[in-house]
Design a protein. Structure first.
Length: 171
C-alpha cells in the first residue's frame, strides 16, 4: 500500500510522513527531496534555470516511479496534485490524505521557514497572506479530491499520525 500526503507547502507533510512511516514500518519518500537528490539541484534553482513546466514533467515521472513501490508513505510537493492528472494517479495507486490548514496558520509557518520556495520568490512578507490565500484557493479543488481530508489545526502532530495510521490499519 501507498499513502500519499497532499497539501499546501508548510502543512507538515514531510514531518507527518516520517512519523507515519515509522509507525507503520513503511518506507518514506519525500518527492521534493527525491528530486533534489536525483538531479543534484535545489528545486528553487531548477525553477530558475529550467522553469516550472520542466520541473512538473520530471515531478510527474518521479510520482509514477514511486507509485510502483509497496509499503511507502509519500509526501508530495505542494503543487504535485495540481499537474498532469497526478491526483488521479495518486488516487488510483494509494490512499490520498489531504492535510488541511487555514491561510493564517500556513503564513505563520512559511514566515518562520522562508527556505527557498520557488512560488514565494519575490513576495514580500506583508503580501504573503494574500498570495497564499489566492494560491491555496487555486489548489484546493485538487487537494479536495483526496480520499481522506484532515483538518490539521484540530490535532497535534501525533494525533494526525495516529488518525492516519488507524485508517490504514482499518483497510
Amino acid at each position: 500500500m501507498r499513502i500519499y500526503l497532499v497539501g499546501y507547502m508548510a502543512s507538515g507533510k514531510t514531518q507527518i510522513g516520517k512519523l507515519l512511516a515509522a509507525e507503520l514500518n513503511y518506507g518514506f519518500i519525500d518527492l521534493d527531496q527525491l528530486f533534489e537528490e536525483q538531479f543534484r539541484i535545489s528545486i528553487a534553482d531548477f525553477f530558475e534555470k529550467y522553469g516550472e513546466k520542466q520541473f512538473r514533467m520530471i515531478e510527474h515521472e518521479l510520482l509514477v516511479e514511486t507509485s510502483k513501490k509497496e509499503n511507502q508513505v509519500i509526501a508530495t510537493g505542494g503543487g504535485t496534485p495540481c499537474f498532469h492528472d497526478n491526483m488521479e494517479l495518486i488516487n488510483q495507486t494509494g490512499l490520498s490524505v489531504f492535510i488541511h490548514f487555514e491561510v493564517p496558520f500556513l503564513v505563520k509557518r512559511l514566515l518562520k521557514s522562508r527556505r527557498k520556495r520557488p512560488v514565494l520568490k519575490g513576495i514580500p512578507d506583508e503580501k504573503l497572506d494574500e498570495m497564499v490565500g489566492n494560491h491555496l484557493a487555486q489548489r484546493l479543488p485538487f487537494y479536495q479530491r483526496a480520499r481522506v481530508i484532515l483538518d490539521g489545526s484540530d490535532m497535534e502532530l501525533s494525533q494526525t499520525v495516529k488518525k492516519i495510521s488507524d485508517l490504514v490499519n482499518g483497510i
